[in-house]
Design a protein around this ligand. Structure first.
Ligand code: F6R
Length: 242
């Protein structure tokens, strides 16, 4: 596990973006695993700028997002598909048919989960998977107690995650309590993993990820077993490391 500690969130985004820029420059047909949430937004901004500057192209790239709310169609403003369109896909030269987000409106979600695994496999596997981390150590929507070998499946969100994500919803707006998420085993199959974390509220999760035991109580601790993982974190998120 490589740990890069940088001054602030701007430096974390720049470092993370550079990893993706180099990957695309090396292999234009890359398969990229993407995340939503607040943490990757400025990284995506830098990928948009690099595309507009002609430094990278997504025209041959394929993407797979980690997760989606179950019950929301991709056109719903709170869906992760919508988020990705707003934050990245609509501003780069990617063929949107090569962007994959678990289908939150699937008629048969269990079959859709298997289908998502098959799509990843058919694409040749994920070259680099971008991750954020929840305060409770979740990656994707793999909440504490998730199986460390789990695959893409329907997952109930914990109260901690529902509370954390309430900031994105209006007070009277429906907030889903279920998701479709890549499993921890799915994430572990990525050839490289880049986890970003910023802010003091991630410090305990980062400590458990890096220094804690390998345990389903902190899903991100499974990354200790990955052969090519880099944690890019700011000083606030690193503050509890010994
Ligand atoms: C998002 C995801 C989540 C987030 C995590 C951190 O696709 O899978 O695991 O990465 O909840 O979210 P932020 O970045 O909003 O703190």
């Amino acid at each position: 596990m490589q740990i890069v500690i940088l001054k602030d969130s701007a430096a974390v985004a720049a470092y993370g973006a550079n990893i993706f820029i180099k990957q695309l420059q090396k292999r234009s047909h890359s398969v990229l695993g993407l995340a939503t949430g607040s943490t990757p937004v400025s990284l995506y901004q830098q990928l948009i700028e690099a595309t507009k500057a002609g430094n990278i192209s997504f025209s041959n790239a394929t993407t797979f997002n980690l997760d989606e709310y179950l019950g929301l169609a991709g056109t719903h403003p709170q869906s992760y598909r919508y988020f990705m369109k707003q934050q990245l896909f609509d501003h780069i030269d990617i063929d949107q048919t090569n962007t994959h987000v678990p289908p939150g409106d699937a008629a048969n979600p269990i079959a859709a989960c298997q289908g998502y695994e098959q799509q990843i496999e058919a694409a040749g596997g994920i070259d680099i998977q971008l991750l954020g981390i929840g305060r409770n150590g979740h990656i994707g929507f793999n909440e504490p107690s998730s199986g460390l070998m789990s695959r893409t499946r329907v997952k109930t969100l914990t109260k901690a995650t529902i509370d954390d994500n309430a900031r994105f919803f209006e007070a009277d707006e429906y907030q889903p309590h279920l998701s479709i998420t890549m499993g921890i085993g799915t994430i572990m199959d990525a050839k490289k993993v880049v986890l970003l974390a910023t802010g003091a509220n991630k410090a305990e999760a980062i400590k458990a990820t890096v220094e804690g035991p390998l345990t389903a109580a902190c899903p991100a601790s499974a990354l200790q077993m990955h052969k090519d993982v880099v944690l890019v974190i700011d000083e606030a998120a690193a503050a509890s490391l010994s």
